[in-house]
Design a protein around this ligand. Sequence first.
Ligand code: PLP
Length: 400
Amino acid sequence: MSLNYGRHLVSIPGPSVIPDRVLNAMHRASPNIYEGSLIELTDSLIPDLKTVARTKGKLAIYIANGHGAWEAAITNTFSKGDKVLVLGTGRFAIGWGEWGRTTGIEPLVLDFGKSSPANPDKLEEVLRQDKDHSLKAVFVTQTDTASSVTNDIPALRKAIDAANHPALLMVDCIASLGCERFEMDEWGVDLMVAGCQKGLMVPPGLSFVFANERALAARANADLATSYWDWVPRMDPAGFYQYFGGTAPTHHLFGLREALDMLVHEEGVEQAWARQEHFAKVIWAAVETWGADGGDLTFNISDPIARSRAVTCIRTSDGNGTKIRRWCEDIAGLTLGIGLVADTQGSDEWHNSFRIGHMGHLNVPMVMGTLGSIDSALKALDIPHGNGALEAAAQVVSEV
Ligand SMILES: *Cc1c(COP(=O)(O)O)cnc(C)c1O
């Protein structure tokens, strides 16, 4: 028998749950794109996006997913043959560097494996050895969505400064913006990329590049910029607020306006971070309990300080990761995230992990429903697990 009848829930690390308010804001006729309220609405997004990113820097919006923002960041700051240092802590920073290869940049990976954050001392050591400053930038994710590690961005900034190296610090916050404390200016981040479909609760289709003065200065020497990705016209209020290198993404703008009203003007960014943190602890309490007494579930990231507040990667044996996902999908009506810590999709190892996305528009029944579905799957499938996970999770919920 299937119990999958009510509203479907996605607990994946993007796209995240879209609030009904955001969907409703998008459900309307095409607006006037030449003048009037849409132009004003677009103007109003800029300060709010900067509030979320904690920056006074500049911002370009692209009609693209996160990969588009990756490409925009690269083409606006580098020239053919430039080397960048990629801090590998899973998949996504490495993916960013690889994505840039066809533009002509050369990514060099400093790999920290798939279960640890980037080590600032190692970064400092590598930068000290780069005496002629051939490395133009350091690429890192705040949250690597594959491993669910969170990197210590201020510590990495300190390492770059300690090495007295001019490399730009470029951070991928696609999974973490709005979910995890991030202070672009205070932390000395030169460039940051984000997307709208994770912590920002909007369907995929918009992405953002935030740049400080140092990143903007790099644009002057970058020979990779092409018409569409060039951030100069997009950052110019006269051009960009009305033109997106073509037709404005009208309905995404309505959706984003509603989402930013919720995040910035109603809940508040700090409160959203605190809520995300609390829900992360609820989920960790359950995972820890499942793994006790010889249970088959373990954290991919053992140190809680290095764990993401937006996604949790769990390892299993015996292909149980995929079996749990399948049961939740078919019987419960819950989509969980596929594992991304294995090298090859579909391999035996690939079936031994899954991820819980816990980003954005969440409340207690959603989080407890996700945990309850997984707990049921473990029982239905006879997967060894410690008992009392829901009890442990509820206890943490109650300590709000
Ligand atoms: C989701 C994600 C991406 C990719 O974004 P797309 O919108 O799928 O292109 C890149 N980096 C991180 C950290 C992500 O979580």
